[in-house]
Design a protein around this ligand. Sequence first.
Ligand code: PLP
Length: 394
Amino acid sequence: MTTQKRPIYLDCHATTPVDPQVMAAMLPFFTEQFGNPASSAHAYGWEAEAAVQRSREILAAGINATPEEIVFTSGATEANNLAIKGVAEAYFSRGRHIVTVQTEHSAVLDPCRYLETLGFEVTYLPVQPDGLIDLAELERSLRADTVLVSVMAANNEIGVLQPLAEIGRRCRDRGILFHTDAAQAIGKIELDVQTQGIDLMSVTAHKVYGPKGIGALYVRRRHPRVNLAPQLHGGGHERGRRSGTLYTPQIVGFGEALHLAWTNQEGEQSRLKELRDRLWQSLQTLPGVELNGHATQRLTNNLNVSIAEVDGQALLLALRTVVALSSGSACSSASTAPSHVLKALGREDDLAYASLRFGLGRFTTAAEMDQVAHHCRATILALRQSGRPVTTVH
Ligand SMILES: *Cc1c(COP(=O)(O)O)cnc(C)c1O
């Protein structure tokens, strides 16, 4: 590990390193400025509260919300759980139907499945072959007893961007709440809770060069005011919506990470797009390499490809000393099932297994991209030539 050169990191949809500037901003809050933001009787509490408030304001301003609408959580998983279960519980006398999408993250799908066991009804919308939902199909799924629509902003496997404003408008017209999981989107694409009609939004720090273990849920307070049943009861922090002592250093890091990402969002996105397109152009020249997800409606740092006539497992094994990336089935690498996202696009099992997810990031260089492209091409050709059977072992 120490003497060997580490592989090139292209797994930025899984997590990103903490930016050194973020780290520097956090450090004083572990030691000198260690106060509890809820301690209103002395200076230790005040300075911690001021730091928390600064992050709250940065996040709120960046998504066109107000600071009171931000609830800090331990990450996007908790934010999704709070949004979905919190709304379901608060509105259950009005309706028990929820609409979501088959390609959502498990942190959305699993709370929905859990609610089904309690008697809620959930519609899991399919996606088109490009990964986008069909808005007409969404409209048809909406019922008088639908209380919540949850559609992610950017997909964590294929990077596809769903049409938030169009979804928001359709929900608003019918008085249905709209939640979006924006864990992959924040700091990368424009998010505006007003123009996009978003009522609840989950975000997390560790996908934008902030620390792990901190995220937030935006909860609309006006037009309409969203009611939320808290899922963690205790000291009544975050206006009673999420109890637990605020994690000041992580919150400070989150604010700093967002500030950094938003300061140079446009320049960084075009840099990443150029690098990503270069990789795709190189891989595309091989026969049997197909793009997963919409060609342009996607995150600029994402490339997801399926590769015909190679064994998926063998391909990952052959690549991993040079490049750190995930197979299509990403988040739950422990599971050997083919990716539910690629299956929803209509990919056959073999192609779904033999897929690679490239996630570029702030520290990815052009030289690294060229090296990865070269190594991937050579590996694919070598595996095809070796004539390994295409059956998948797992
Ligand atoms: C990473 C991710 C999550 C989980 O976020 P955590 O902060 O790790 O809990 C949820 N949804 C999406 C789309 C993600 O990419």
